[in-house]
Structure formats: C-alpha cells, structure tokens
Write a protein that binds this ligand. Sequence first.
Ligand SMILES: [Zn+2]
Length: 292
Amino acid sequence: MREKPQQQIAPIYHRRIGDIVVTAVSDGTLERTYEMMLGVPEDEAHKHLAAACRSSFVLSVNAFLIRSRDRLALVETGSGAYLGPTAGHLMANLEAAGVRPAEIDTILLTHMHPDHSAGLTDMTTGTANYANAELVVHENEPRHWFDDTAMGRGSEREKRLMFQQAREQTAPYRSRMRTFTKGEVLPGVTALPMPGHTPGHTGYLIESGGERLLIWGDVVHMPEVQVPRPEVSMVVDTDPAAAAASRRRVFDMAASERLLVTGMHLHFPGFAHVVREGAGHRLVSEAWRQTL
Ligand SMILES: [Zn+2]
C-alpha cells in the first residue's frame, strides 16, 4: 500500500519587495501551552483559541532570506538541536530552497533565544554552520546574554537554553560579529529596536522600490491571543511590561502605515496586515501568489 505522508515537504515562500526578494523558510513548529502566557486568565486564553478555531497553541518557527542585488542575508537560524524534533529543520529547508549555507554573507538576529540563534553552530563539531557569514545583532543582546550576573539570576532552564546557548552558538562568530543600536544594517534593511522580549530584541524593516515589509521578530508568539490582547506577555520575556509596550507601538505603526508584516511566530509564511478592530487589532493574512 502507498505510504501516507507524515510531515510537510520543505516549506518555502517567496515575496518580492521592490528589487528585494524575501523568502520565508520554516524551521518547523513548537507546541506550547497556556502556561507560556502572562496577564490573561486561562479560560480567556482558551476562548481566544476557540474563536480562531484552533485546539492547541502551535507556534511556527520561521526564518527569512533577504536577497538583494549583491547580498544574501538570513534573518535567524532556527532551533538547531535544542528544542526537539518538530523544529530544527532550517538547514534542510534552505537546501531544498537551493541555498548553500556558505553562500549566505550576513546573518541578522532579532535576538538570541534558542529558536532564533541555536542554528548558528553545529555543537557536535563546534563549527559554524555559516562559514562566510557576518553575524549582525543589537548590542544589548551579547551585553545581556554574556553577562554572568544576569545569568546568575536565571533559572536552570534559562541558564542552559538562553545564556549558555547564546554563548556557545555565537562562539565561532566572535571575530565576525557586528553590533548596532539602530538604523540601516544592510542596504535596504533598517533595524528597529523593539525591546522587552529581550533587551536587544529588534525588528527589520525592508524597503525597496516604494514597497516595505516589517519582519517583527517575536512581537507576537501567540497570535490568537496577543493580537486582540497586546497586554498579554510571555514568561520568557525579560521585561514583560516593556514587551507589551513595544507590541502596542508596533501594532499601531503597522496599522497606521498599512505595513506588510511577518514574524518568526506568525503562522507560516506569516505575511499579513494589521488592522484595527474595536479597541484592539486583527491580523489579515496575505493571499498566496504563484508568481512573484
Ligand atoms: Zn522566538
């Protein structure tokens, strides 16, 4: 008998922004629970989930290639071997997209959590997965995750998955790491700091030929709950109140400017618009197109 498929073929989606092509490449998915959330009663969180016709909190884990005329950048590196078998598929999916890791000249990180930076280095050999890439990140990320005092305050899980992971994953890149505070980081790519989730959490605004796309990192983890209720933060936020303030500010900007957005945990490929609805907001997914 013919075998039934057990998982997706490589999830890849291209979107043209002027002269730049942005490609969403999936690292996989993560199952999470209500306990991830702060500031919302459990029955209300599940009511939002039910209203979206979903039965569990499944998160996409996305990364994005940015192809401009003479650059090939990758935003995030996925989960590597840190978060179990449903994620950590970015390298295989890049290969399916026809991209060799050695071709990538720049890696932009929105922050140094394990679903974003844990695909930088192969820990079985200690070698960089991206042999020729410069690592570009907000200066507050290494400042925080490399700080022993901050690490001392973390739980055992935080010490291992956040602080230790950030240190060991970036180690082969130390001599080719560039930090920024804000502003243009690559031609057509501007860093917009959105602190709170982590101290250096940053979105990237891509602009070309009059078109714009905001890759907003982890402004949202649970879209069903946090888009209508932006005050809901995550237990993994280093500063939950600042994360909520950044989320409100970014939603407001995206809605006012009718910005196309995508994110690391919007359901793959995540391209959408934010529209105001009542006192809150709603995400409207963009239609799929066969040709660019
Ligand atoms: Zn994340």
